[in-house]
Design a protein around this ligand. Structure first.
Ligand code: DOR
Ligand code: ZN
Ligand code: ZN
Length: 443
């Protein structure tokens, strides 16, 4: 008997919002129709005319596991994802050990078995390029984030290594995800601003110029390799990316903290507001909204970077960089749609359609044959830090209005209902990249 049917939903089909019903069979969508006979289904969910969307695919999370599990682990991180309407994540390599060779890749695979949502795992890039192929064959979904400047984990590489890494990644037919900030520029400004204890000085040590310069350098070495720029934060970087898209295979993402926060928030957040790239001014923030609406930006991804509140409560130079975001990304974006900052069509593109297309996932579409990953959208409410599922235990968006999912469904199974996790620990599945070699997917 088919598993599940969702009645009385509102779906975005053929560019319009319309009433529809969805049937799920063996974890996959089997039909989407105006009316489906409920009699033969195990479970019937009445969406009561609420909006039903594909579950979000967050291509940029740091779940800290293995090695930093007091900040987050695969269970808590994936619960936060489910509570925020994210049904697939891609985890990045700056764990301990860093995911930079076959052995550490296998450790990450093992740690990830706690996840309640499906996941891809990225392979990190250091000066040792001989390890890349091995991780690709173990099913890495893509490479990176490749750090061009110092950040959490200190995995940054120099331009020469970047050049060689991009050639190697290109030969594998894989995508390189780039953290674009220029280390030389950063060092110059750190030297100039040393001793300045104002939190806002962090934005000045990593100015828009440092991102733009790094974007230019990466493009210079791109050749035929597919580049995906992580968390673009400055208008001038978007200009370069827009032009380079004519010649190279380039995509880019924006993080919610650069869309919903700006340098005015230093006052409210203090050192909690530290992340890399840093908070930008209002003008850059507006350029990001423009880039999102006009198609230069392809994806919204959280860069979920949990650190504990007390770890952040020190001087701005010592505080770790990064903010939690996987749980609040979709709710904030849905609220932005309600406020007409972007269309519903564009929201679906940047949170599910494009991530699936760019990272080759058979997900992100509410149509027969696809994984039944979806959310039923709830009403606007306040973001409360005490309600968050992440181990970080705080959020930079406390008090802001957002629209959380009422229900999150992954492969036809309800994994979150009314902020409560209903999924069994470890039900999430590894999604191997296209380089996987048969036999490597079983342990
Ligand atoms: O703010 C950031 N936090 N930027 C990064 O590049 C890394 C991340 C983290 O892992 O903490
Ligand atoms: Zn980064
Ligand atoms: Zn990151």
């Amino acid at each position: 008997m088919p598993d599940l049917i969702i009645k009385n939903a509102r779906l975005f089909i053929g560019d319009i919002l319309q009433p529809a019903e969805i049937a799920v069979d063996n974890g996959k969508i089997s039909s989407v129709k105006k009316n489906i006979d409920t009699k033969s289904y195990n479970e019937v969910i009445n969406a009561k005319s609420a909006l039903v969307l594909p579950g979000a695919i967050d291509v940029h999370v740091h779940f800290r596991d293995p090695g930093m599990t007091k900040k987050e682990n695969w269970y808590t991180g994936s619960c936060a994802a489910a509570a925020g309407g994210v049904t697939t994540v891609i985890d990045h390599p700056n764990t301990i050990p860093s995911t930079t060779d076959a052995e550490s890749f296998k450790k990450k695979l093992k740690a990830a078995r706690k996840s309640i949502v499906d996941y891809g795992i990225n392979a990190g890039v250091t000066a040792n390029l001989t390890t890349l192929k091995g991780m690709w064959e173990l099913g890495a979904i893509s490479f990176g984030e490749i750090f061009m400047a110092e950040s959490t984990g200190k995995l940054n590489i120099n331009e020469r290594t970047l050049n060689q890494a991009l050639a190697t990644i290109g030969n594998l037919g894989a995508t390189a995800c780039i953290h674009a900030e220029d280390e030389e520029i950063r060092q110059k400004f750190v030297h100039l601003l040393k001793g300045n204890l104002e939190p806002g000085s962090h934005s000045r040590t990593r100015p828009p110029l440092s991102e733009k310069t790094a974007v230019e350098k990466a493009i210079k070495h791109a050749g035929e390799t597919k580049l995906h720029f992580c968390h673009i934060s400055a208008g001038e970087s978007l200009e370069i990316i827009k032009n380079a898209k004519q010649v190279h295979k380039i995509t880019c993402e924006v993080a919610p903290h650069h869309l919903f926060l700006n340098t005015n928030d230093w006052k409210r957040l203090g050192t909690l507001g530290k992340m890399n790239p840093p908070l930008r001014d209002y003008r850059n923030q507006q350029s990001l909204w423009d880039g999102l609406n006009n198609g230069i930006i392809d994806i919204v991804a959280s860069d979920h970077a949990p650190h504990l509140e007390h770890e952040k409560m020190t001087d701005i130079w010592t505080a770790p960089a990064g903010v939690p975001g996987v749980e609040t990304m979709m709710p904030l974006m849905l609220m932005a749609v309600k406020r007409n900052l972007l269309t519903l069509k564009r929201l679906i593109e940047v949170t599910s359609l494009n991530p699936a297309r760019i990272f080759n996932l058979k997900k992100g579409v509410l149509a027969p044959g696809y994984d039944a990953d979806m959310i039923i959208v709830g009403k606007p409410e306040q973001i409360r830090k005490e309600k968050m599922h992440s181990r970080a235990g705080w959020t930079p968006y406390h008090g802001m209005k957002a629209m959380f999912p009422k229900l999150t469904i992954s492969r036809g199974e309800i994994i979150m209902e009314d902020a409560g996790i209903t999924a069994k620990r470890g039900r999430g599945r590894f999604i191997p990249g296209k380089g996987i070699i048969a036999g490597n997917d079983v342990e």
